[in-house]
Ligand binder design. Sequence first.
Ligand code: NAP
Length: 285
Amino acid sequence: MKAERIDGKRISDEIKDEVALAVESLQQQGITPCLAVVLVGNDPASAVYVRNKKKASERVGILSRTYELEEDTEEDELLHLIEQLNLDKGVHGILVQLPLPSHIDEEKVIFAIDPQKDVDCFHPLNVGMLQTGRKGFLPCTPAGVLALIERSGYTVEGKECVVIGRSHNVGKPTAMLLLQKNATVTICHSKTQNLKEVCKRADILVSAVGKIHTVTADMVKEGAVVIDVGMNRNAEGKLCGDVDFEEVGEVAAAVSPVPGGVGLMTVAMLMENCVTAAKLQHGIL
Ligand code: NAP
């Protein structure tokens, strides 16, 4: 492969080191950031994500509390827990691991989290802050995408960026962050005509679809930067992204791998948001 393999491990470690310094400085002011993670049910993937978040918190000096609730937990019980965490001055960030069991209304749960503690940046108030370019939380995965690009030495300003995927949590906010960095942005989705031609225009191509082989070498412009957000399992059950990594690597200038790319960044950016949350709540920001 000719392309640079974008190193999510190095960049996420770099960010976690910076967060650890910020935590140390807060501790000197008597503040220790604390993240509450709520897990409902027994989804094995969710359990892994929650463990990773706990591990990352320990590494950077953020306190973490995990609340593990049964699969059949009533919606009201979960909302009550969130209310308590909202009021708890010792908790700065609240993260409810999604997806929730189908009998619980996810939107209601997201809306219930105090926006100042919404470290996932899913609350509509924080989404609005992002849209209008105001200071606040950045959504973790999109912020991770941007950090991967910029910290690998690529600039976004003036570039033609194509984002495949328009979900509320990944595609749309990724496009918004790229736009705020003065890129010219196109968003593609399942109804996009001529996906290949649109992608081929991209200096920076981000795939957030969740399907193997979404991005093949013939869709990529020579010298493009390709960021793979997708997390899929192949026929052998191995974790892989949306992008044909090796073949695209023959055309692109840089490609982010899965695993070892965006996934690591998401957790690092969550840590950064916990520090932002603690600062916000102590009037430091
Ligand atoms: P999602 O809500 O299912 O959205 C997928 C998007 O892809 C939709 O906008 C859909 O279009 C579009 N799409 C589907 N098939 C397409 C096709 N053939 N051509 C073009 N666009 C197509 O998924 P998501 O939550 O955004 O997540 C996307 C992927 O990122 C998943 O693999 C997920 O596991 C992964 N992810 C990774 C991280 C991480 O930390 N690395 C974090 C979050 C998500 P329509 O809108 O028209 O349906």
